[in-house]
Design a protein around this ligand. Structure first.
Ligand code: KG4
Ligand code: ZN
Length: 342
């Protein structure tokens, strides 16, 4: 009898994680291998694109082989290869795209290009088997902050986006300024637990012409000004208080915009995605806000919040079912828009 299972081999290399996974029927992760380059970039205070590309080249085959072997699968068992082709760092993306194309060419396994943010959103389907569109999703990562209506699988309407820095970028920059180092998000999350979120009143920015858009650069400047002010006055800085007050300012804005969006759409389901979605204060505040409005709140485990290939396998599965196939001319698209298919 023919095996009807759809087994996706997924590859992700858009930033500083070299990752591969095997996903069965869109919801079951058979393996999820992540080689994180964080340690390599820490001494530079952020991701160095050229170093990232080189490391991806070194690791990609190893990571793919490991994902297949962890899943106890061979290439013959694979239905399609899903790969992130944008947005992201062009050199980094090219490594994953080239590896996927090479395997597809050598084996005739169909190739499906996947949008990185679509992957982040789809991470919610892994552990929440009952979750189905439509729902509202807040995507907050190192490179992106989007409020999205997930109308159907692969169909999105963007309600709001950041006008300047992404939420994770703000976390990383503020962490660096207060001496916590890279990557800042998890470190701010941790030290904030010791601080007073009301200690310093940082601004909550509104964007005049779109109530769902975000702006974090003013907040970042306010933190830097505060630090400079303290230094000039010879006052000691309370790292935990600054971290907690900054985090509270970010969380307040994210929660307020998200709840407005949920109200407008009328859906009773809300999800979060992306690296910042693993922030404990954000999760707590959203959980409470959703409870108040009687909305079901969905979130992925931290390992599926930050970059991974399992989420690409899930998004790739739904694209595959829609009939999306890419040729060997598939290219890395660093500024790929959500919902755009090239
Ligand atoms: O999704 P991701 O791995 O990469 C992108 O697609 O950008 O997100 C990485 C970002 C970094 O900016 C990192 O500081 C942030 O997610 N992050 C956090 C936490 N964990 C990771 N931000 C706040 N709190 C956290 N616990
Ligand atoms: Zn990401």
């Amino acid at each position: 009898m023919e095996n009807k299972d759809v087994i996706i081999l997924a590859i992700e290399s858009s930033c500083d994680e070299t990752a591969a996974a095997v996903v069965k029927n869109g919801r079951e992760v058979l393996s999820n291998v992540i080689y994180s380059q964080i340690a390599l970039h820490t001494e530079y205070g952020g991701v160095v694109p050229e170093i990232a590309s080189r490391k991806h080249i070194e690791k990609i085959n190893q990571v793919i082989e490991q994902a297949l072997s962890d899943a106890d699968k061979k290439l013959e068992d694979i239905t399609a290869i899903a790969v992130t082709y944008g947005p992201g760092l062009v050199g980094a993306l090219l490594v994953g795209v080239s590896a996927a194309k090479a395997i597809s060419f050598a084996t005739d396994i169909p190739l499906v290009g996947v949008h990185h943010i679509e992957g982040h959103i789809s991470a919610n389907f892994i552990e929440n088997k009952e979750l189905e569109p439509p729902f509202v999703c807040l995507v907050v990562s190192g490179g992106h902050s989007h409020l999205v209506v997930v109308k159907d699988y692969g169909e999105y309407e963007i309600l709001g986006r950041t006008r300047d820095d992404a939420a994770g970028e703000a976390f990383d920059k503020v962490a660096r300024a207060i001496g916590l180092g890279y990557p800042g998000g998890p470190k701010i999350d941790k030290v904030s637990k010791e601080g007073n979120p009301q200690a310093i009143q940082f601004p909550r920015a509104k964007v005049a012409d779109n109530e769902y858009d975000f702006s974090f650069s003013g907040l970042k400047s306010a933190v830097l000004n505060y630090l400079n002010g303290c230094q000039m006055k010879g006052e000691e800085i309370n790292q935990a208080d600054v971290a907690a007050s900054f985090q509270k300012a970010v969380v307040d804005v994210l929660v307020e915009h998200s709840m407005e969006a949920v109200k407008r759409c009328g859906y009773k389901k809300f999800a979060i995605a992306g690296g910042v979605a693993s922030n404990s204060s954000l999760r707590g505040a959203l959980e409470e806000a959703c409870k108040k409005q009687e909305i079901e709140f969905y979130y992925p485990s931290p390992v599926y919040c930050t970059d991974n290939a399992a989420m690409i396998g899930v998004a790739g599965y739904y694209e595959y079912l829609k009939g999306v196939r890419h040729g060997y001319d598939l290219n890395a698209v660093p500024n790929l828009k959500l919902g755009e298919r090239i």
